[in-house]
Design a protein around this ligand. Structure first.
Ligand code: GLU
Length: 505
């Protein structure tokens, strides 16, 4: 029997989680659930300089909002914690030492300025300085120094780093679940730093050690980590550990032009690149989020799932459970996926129309409360049923149906000119008398009586209905007039007609 599938999402809490990170988390989640596996959240916070207050909580909130909760992670301790690398500090030093002892790594004492000078000299000659097999014997490290000298320097507390000793010339065979097989000659690789003088591991060491200790079976991550794959595979070998399977996801590209989707694209074209709103703790700057912009999580996850994957059918609407059933790593594309903000709206419109009216009514009710409008939930739901069709977001319900709650504060001037003639006030007065007499204020009864009255008066339908619309809505738009009248009720209908007569007459 093969091992239980365990995957991890391993963000560094350096700021809000970009939508690309959410997609990585989503694919990990889907893969885990599809395979009855475990989805781990590991916080990679070894770089103290880049720590940002609130970023970890943001990541957790974002995953929860997207309905892709983790099974193990900070606050959900499993058998493999702690899940924050800063709380695992002591583990890494021993592993780095192990590699020194078995000859796969070495101490390097080179000063930053010395290495900088090497770099500059190389640059001047049009070359690149690489710290590796061809020059490491000439640099200041435990491969070039005597054993006593190394011991002495370590005992004296001199600053050092531990570097990986890349093989001089070896053809590495790399496998990726999405990209297939790749080969790389190790002679071009540099001897990466694994452990720093501040007592902290680098990303590479901590990441491999933790994936091993946490029994991760599949590493699913962004394409930007593909260049690290060779080192990671060599590290597994150096430790004598079995490597997990790797899958590198395609980049998410700008909607227009070339390159990776960035926050700037979102600012320029007016769409969020973050799942939730984010307030920068230092500058106070606020970045928009899908949640606060009124998107439903179903729309965001559906859109993200299709950024780099498709089920191989024409079907495009998949909720999280359907995604879980349909998802296959093998169907993830190699090429970058162009981000399309309109497509997100399209998904949103679909999920909005699908949403339960009662749920929409509750959301709309909250929005009305913010506007200090006190309305009965049943009434709100009735309005939702009437105007929903024309809405994509909850805020559209207000734009499409505010007149169900407040009488017009102004009358569209262009249409007023067209619709409110010299005799209109008189006609409206008569209509008002007619309406006053109606004990049954249902839309159907109103329609019948008003139509009959118009017919008897032998005037055009528009001569009555257009000014009536102005009176009730304030503009030439909105739902069926008799439905509006029934909804707002007799008293309010008469009040609005009276107000229009006194304002426009
Ligand atoms: N900490 C890395 C990141 O921020 C993790 C990369 C990986 O998944 O290996 O994306």
């Amino acid at each position: 029997m093969s091992a239980k599938v365990r995957v991890r999402f391993a963000p560094s809490p350096t700021g809000p989680l970009h939508i690309g990170g959410v997609r990585t988390a989503l694919y990990n989640y889907l893969f885990a659930k599809k395979n009855d596996g475990v989805f781990v959240l590991r916080i990679e916070d070894t770089d103290q300089n880049r720590f940002v207050e609130g970023a970890e909580q943001y990541i957790i909130d974002a995953l929860n909002w997207c309905n892709i909760p983790f099974d193990e992670g900070p606050g959900k301790e499993g058998d493999f914690g702690p899940y924050r690398q800063s709380e695992r500090k002591d583990i890494y030093r021993d592993y780095a030492k192990k590699l020194v002892d078995n000859g796969h790594a070495y101490y390097a004492f080179d000063k930053a300025e010395t290495l900088d000078n090497h770099r500059k000299e190389h640059e001047a000659k049009g070359k690149t300085f690489i710290y590796n097999w061809h020059n490491r014997q000439k640099l200041d490290n435990s491969l070039s120094l005597s054993e006593e000298e190394v011991k002495l320097r370590l005992a004296e507390g001199e600053d050092y780093v531990i570097r990986f000793k890349s093989p001089e010339s070896d053809i590495l065979h790399l496998q990726d679940e999405i990209r297939g097989d790749m080969e790389i000659n190790t002679e071009i690789l540099d001897d990466k730093v694994l452990f720093k003088s501040d007592g902290m591991p680098t990303y590479h060491l901590a990441n491999i050690v933790d994936d091993h200790l946490m029994k991760i079976t599949h590493v699913i991550r962004g394409e930007e980590w593909l260049p690290s794959l060779a080192l990671h595979v060599m590290l597994y070998r150096a430790f004598g550990w079995e490597a997990p399977k790797f899958a590198h996801l395609p980049l998410i590209l700008k909607p227009q032009g070339k390159g990776k989707l960035s926050k700037r694209d979102g600012d320029k074209l007016g769409f969020p690149v973050f799942p939730l709103e984010w307030k920068d703790p230092k500058t106070g700057e606020i970045s928009a989020g899908y949640r606060e912009d009124g998107y439903f999580p179903e729309a965001v996850t559906n859109m993200l799932a299709f950024l780099g994957w498709n089920p191989g059918t024409e079907e495009e609407f998949f909720d999280i459970n359907e995604l879980t059933r349909a998802f296959e790593l093998g169907r993830v594309h190699k090429g970058g996926a162009k981000f399309d903000p309109e497509k997100t709206k399209w998904f949103q419109q679909h999920y909005f129309q699908e949403a339960d009216d009662n749920f929409l009514a509750q959301e709309f009710h909250k929005l009305l409360k913010e506007k200090e409008i006190d309305a009965d939930l049943d009434y709100v739901q009735k309005v939702v049923e009437i105007v929903k069709e024309r809405a994509t977001f909850v805020k559209d319900l207000w734009e499409q149906g505010d007149y169900f709650f407040i009488s017009p504060t102004s009358y569209d001037p262009k249409n007023t000119k067209k619709a409110w003639k010299n005799d209109t006030s008189e006609i409206m007065q008569e209509l008002s008398e007619l309406l006053k007499k109606q004990d049954d204020f249902s839309a159907s009864n109103l329609q019948e009586n008003v139509k009959a009255w118009i017919g008897a008066k032998e005037i055009g339908f528009g001569k009555v209905m257009q000014p009536l619309r102005l009176a009730l809505v304030g503009a030439m738009q909105g739902a069926d007039l008799f439905v509006i009248a029934e909804s707002i009720g007799k008293e309010e209908t008469l009040k609005r007609i009276e107000k229009a007569i006194s304002t426009l007459g």
